[in-house]
Write a protein that binds this ligand. Structure first.
Ligand SMILES: NC(=O)c1ccc[n+]([C@@H]2O[C@H](COP(=O)([O-])OP(=O)(O)OC[C@H]3O[C@@H](n4cnc5c(N)ncnc54)[C@H](OP(=O)(O)O)[C@@H]3O)[C@@H](O)[C@H]2O)c1
Length: 356
């Protein structure tokens, strides 16, 4: 995925000097010499203008210039805007990320290989896996199959993986092991799988080193459900988390965390977007969701995915079924109305399906 270039330097400088409205008790993040904070869009118009300027200006720049991101020292500005035309969003790291991806939780290594291959064939360009799923190697094989068949190039695909909690004391090795299992020489996004106050800062700092080394492009967090917990990590970080992946669906819309992370330009990604295996029928048969699906002549799964995207949540439905995968990517030709979005918002129950 391509990195937006110089467009936000000026914006960042302004925001940094303005103090960014961000609490930083240690002062470590005020304006570190080697800061790796990166560009974020504040306003669509400005972002579009500067992005296109940067596209032309960046043509001779290396694609994987993480050091350039470090030098830019961009800062906080608000929740990133989705680009529906390109089906991407620009992260606060400056990298573009697809807004709809394939999830691979609970898939065997072989299932993951097939799902990833089918997903890339269907148009997906974002893959979500994790060390603890035990299928990074399968994901890598699915990707390689699609590359070998000319469906995608490595650069067109955005790979996310997660560092598991038992690896937090050995974060540098965990990054290298994921790279090796995936069979790639860089990972687009690595996130800490769960909050673990004992040593998650150490693990995060290992990911920061990996960004400096060009092994990771962006880094982020998963399963941080309290603003204070998120800030605990942010206040010890040099690179802002680009993304927070939390359980999010119509019955648990993550409004508090989403509002909170906006100040850092961090984006929300929904896991269990359809409710999770074994729970999907609860959401699929919800009367509001079914009625909206009938009105558009689409499935409940498609309505839910479309809701995530229009709400500004990166969405990664998991599937081991090729027809479902094709259906899950076929969400670009209809749009939920404002009223339908309001009806979906009203489904909030603050009810999680997972107990972790
Ligand atoms: N960070 C974390 O702690 C965490 C936790 C859980 C998940 N995740 C990530 O988030 C991803 C999504 O979550 P998830 O996979 O657990 O749950 P999910 O996407 O909410 O639901 C997956 C279920 O939906 C079904 N499904 C998918 N598309 C469908 C369609 N069009 N019609 C009918 N059924 C459909 C799948 O069945 P079929 O296989 O039959 O299609 C599967 O049973 C995961 O795969 C994983 O990458 C992260």
């Amino acid at each position: 995925m391509k990195k937006k270039g110089l467009w936000a330097i000026i914006l960042a400088a302004c925001l940094l000097f303005a103090g960014c409205g961000r609490s930083d008790p240690k002062g470590e993040n005020a304006a570190p010499d080697n800061s790796t904070w990166a560009p974020v869009q504040t306003d669509t118009t400005a972002a579009e203008t500067t992005a296109s300027e940067s596209d032309s200006g960046d043509q001779n720049q290396p694609e994987q210039n993480t050091e350039a991101g470090a030098g830019e020292n961009e800062s906080v500005s608000g929740y990133p805007e989705f680009d529906f035309e390109n089906k991407t969003v620009t992260l606060n790291s400056g990298y573009e990320m697809p807004i709809l991806g394939i999830g691979t939780y609970a898939l065997s290594d072989t299932q993951a290989e097939n799902s990833v291959y089918w997903a890339l064939k269907a148009g997906f360009r974002l893959i979500d896996t994790a060390r603890i799923y035990g299928n990074e190697a399968g994901v890598g094989r699915g990707l390689q199959r699609a590359i070998d068949e000319g469906i995608v190039s490595r650069e067109e695909v955005f790979i996310t993986t997660k560092m598991w909690t038992s690896d937090f004391d050995n974060g540098d090795a965990a990054v290298d092991a994921s790279l090796q299992r995936l069979g790639v020489d860089y990972i687009d996004l690595m996130i800490l799988h769960h909050s673990q106050p004992r040593n998650d800062v150490d693990a995060y700092q290992a990911m920061e080193r990996a960004v400096e080394a060009g092994k990771l492009k962006s880094i982020g967090l998963s399963n941080y459900y309290e603003p204070e917990d998120f800030d605990r990590l942010v206040n010890a970080a040099t690179i802002l988390p680009a993304l927070l992946q939390n359980e999010t669906h119509p019955y648990h819309q993550s409004g508090v965390m989403k509002d909170h992370i906006a100040q850092y330009g961090t984006i929300l990604e929904s896991w269990f977007p359809l409710g999770g295996r074994g729970n999907t029928q609860t959401l699929f048969s919800d009367e509001t969701i079914s009625a909206i699906a009938s009105a558009h002549g689409v499935s409940s799964a498609q309505v839910i995915i479309r809701w995530h995207l229009q709400a500004g949540n990166i969405c990664i439905p998991g599937s081991s079924n090729e027809q479902h995968i094709i259906e899950d990517y076929d969400v670009w030709d209809f749009e939920l109305t404002e009223e339908e979005m309001a009806q979906m918002t009203a489904l909030e129950k603050d009810e999680r399906f997972a107990d972790y």
